[in-house]
Design a protein. Structure first.
Length: 142
């Protein structure tokens, strides 16, 4: 999988993922951004929530469970500002589901399966993949 992310000239970046569904990242105005989109760390938390949520919904549908509302609260804890880097030290994913006669055991199992087997975002965070950085400078002709 390959994505391209291009600078917008300020603090924003435009992401072009393989799906073609372009989206914008930006910094908070306190950090020079224009608030045109979520920050990279906000999207990381949201990606984790969406990934597990899609799994849980899929599994519960297969178990013939009716879900009428589903919200995922995700919180990331980091060191205080001024320390670098500031990775997430802890992430809490809280699933809140509603539905007529939802079987709590089925919900628990769906969440466990997502967490332990299916959610690629969660697996990526747990496996701490090797990250290689490469760079090149292209000269501009006058």
């Amino acid at each position: 999988m390959k994505a391209n992310v291009s600078w917008d000239g300020e603090m924003g970046f435009v992401a072009d993922p393989p799906s073609g569904n372009r989206f914008v990242f930006d910094a908070h105005p306190d950090f020079g951004g224009k608030n045109k989109g979520p920050s990279p760390l906000e999207t990381l938390l949201c990606a984790l929530a969406a990934c597990t949520g899609m799994d849980v919904i899929s599994i519960l549908h297969k178990k013939r469970q009716t879900v009428t509302a589903y919200r995922i609260e995700v919180e990331g804890e980091r060191d205080p500002e001024g320390t670098w880097p500031r990775p997430f030290k802890r992430i809490v994913v809280r699933h809140i589901l509603e539905g007529p006669d939802l079987d709590e055991a089925a919900v628990q199992r769906a969440i466990e399966l997502s967490d332990e087997k299916y959610c690629s975002v969660s697996a990526t965070l747990r496996f701490k993949p090797e990250i290689e950085t490469e760079w090149r400078v292209l000269s501009q002709s006058s």
